[in-house]
Design a protein around this ligand. Structure first.
Ligand code: GDP
Ligand code: IMO
Ligand code: MG
Length: 429
């Protein structure tokens, strides 16, 4: 068996949670492989709404195992809060939520370092979610981090104290800020108890044994490919590898084990936080997309920057990820638009190109747009691709042709059932 992958092709918030939740019944295991509580994955079903930050989006599907993999960074406080929400909703998670022992822990002081580093950057700030992601991955690569498996070791308290002290001395290089460390620390220690109740596994053995037993596995990406630490719009990125290669690192599987790669893109484009965004519409069009699409961050509530679909950007992330299927979400957000634009190329220094330049942050990119007529009608009740309005099909076909990858899913609303599956969406779906 192979591992299928679902990930975002833009700057995050493409609707990964919704698609994973929809497809989950076709799988035995859903596994997060990178990122942490900077993610906010929204699920809507039976009139309820949940936003997951660390827990994989298969948790609401009975019987399914949900693994928080090695590559994820875990804040015990956030995870404990999410678990309380699951308990309130009556979700039987205890035997189904597994933590990889090698996943790193976010300490309260990692969050303080994140905030201090951001505020010191002033106007050049990344627009981080301030969840401590960057400092935690820095400690991981700096070989200082604490991992889930360390919680039950005898020297855990001393190691925690040593790392905390190191962080406090690092904080001294920044202007002084006030933080309630004692209070946060107590909450953190209490939350570790919640983690102790969960099953810990050696994630790499768990996944490889599951593959050998022909279990169907779905890897759930967080963030988006343009936020990848290596290939995104550096330095305005997150601190993990968000692309397909990150699945191998984050779960401990070999590249040959990757199966279908389902890339998700909105029918337009958004970004939250700072950094380049070639097709951004910082005008009435962007405002309209934000209003129609409810484009406010699921984790921080910040307004998302909005713009048109960017084909060179998608061609780039399809290349990086080896995408085999496309899911286009939020198509309904464009219902009222008279005209829909799509960037088909970039003009840079008088040259036309379809490739992203090295210095995307400083280069002046003028996208060349192609206009498509809107359909100006509701998509409610449309359950088959052929029943979409002609203009919507024309738009999707143009996108599919330019990208060279089949669109297999079209999402027409936030609710679970508002999904048109054009062909088989995943192995066994
Ligand atoms: P994720 O981080 O990729 O899981 O996406 P988010 O949950 O951060 O943001 C996606 C937002 O769009 C959420 O509010 C979803 O409920 C919503 N959403 C997902 N798919 C659709 C869709 O097809 N149409 C509309 N209107 N909203 C959608
Ligand atoms: P999901 O999984 C959208 C952005 C932040 C910031 C940059 C770095 O819900 O799609 P970080 O907290 O990682 O230091 O922030 O990355 N960012 C996201 N944007 N969706 C996300 O996750 C994001 N996670 C981080 O806004 O610009
Ligand atoms: Mg999100």
């Amino acid at each position: 068996m192979a591992i299928d992958v679902i990930l975002g092709l833009q700057w995050g918030d493409e609707g990964k949670g919704k698609i994973v939740d929809y497809l989950a019944p076709s799988y035995d295991v859903v596994a997060r492989f990178q990122g942490g509580p900077n993610a906010g994955h929204t699920l809507k079903f039976d009139g309820k709404k949940f936003v997951l930050h660390t827990v994989p989006s298969g948790i609401f599907r009975p019987g399914l195992i949900n693994l928080v993999g090695n590559g994820v960074v875990i804040d015990p406080i956030t995870l404990a809060a999410e678990i309380r929400e699951l308990e309130k909703a009556g979700v039987d998670y205890k035997k189904r939520l597994l933590l990889a022992r090698k996943a790193h822990l976010i300490l309260p002081t990692h969050r303080y370092l994140d905030a201090a580093s951001e505020s010191a950057k002033g106007k050049a700030k990344i627009g981080s979610t301030l969840k401590g992601i960057g400092p935690t991955y820095m400690d991981k690569t700096g070989r200082n981090g604490l991992r889930v498996g360390d919680i039950s070791r005898g020297n855990f308290k001393e190691r925690y104290q040593a790392l905390k002290e190191k962080h406090l001395s690092l904080l001294e290089i920044y202007p002084p800020t006030s933080f309630a460390l004692e209070e946060e620390e107590q909450k953190w220690m209490e939350s570790l108890e919640v983690l102790r109740q969960l099953q810990q596994v050696d994630g790499e053995y768990y996944i490889n044994h599951a593959l050998r037993e022909s279990k169907r596995i779905l890897a759930e990406g967080a963030q988006g490919s343009m936020l990848d630490i290596d290939y995104g719009t550096y330095p305005f990125v997150t601190s993990s590898n968000t692309i397909t290669a990150g699945v191998c690192i984050g779960l401990g599987v070999s590249p040959g084990k990757i199966g279908e790669v389902i890339g998700i893109s909105k029918a337009y484009c958004t970004r939250v936080g700072s950094g380049p965004f070639p097709t951004e519409q910082d005008n009435a069009v962007g405002e309209r997309l934000r209003t129609e699409g409810g484009e406010f961050g699921a984790t921080t509530g910040r307004p998302r920057r909005c713009g048109w679909l960017d084909l060179p950007q998608l061609q780039y992330t399809i290349m990086l990820n080896g995408v085999t299927q496309l899911a286009i979400t939020k198509v309904d957000v464009l219902n009222a638009f008279e005209q829909i634009e799509v960037a088909t190329a970039y003009r840079i220094d008088g040259q036309t190109t379809q490739e992203l330049p090295y210095d995307i942050c400083d280069q002046l990119i003028a996208p060349a747009y192609e206009a498509h007529p809107g359909w100006q009608q509701s998509l409610d009740g449309v359950t088959a691709y052929e029943d979409l309005p002609g203009a919507a099909r024309e738009y999707l076909t143009a996108v599919e042709k330019a990208l060279g990858v089949p669109i297999t899913m079209v999402s027409t609303g936030p609710e679970r059932q508002k999904l048109i599956v054009k062909e088989r969406g995943a192995a066994g779906a």
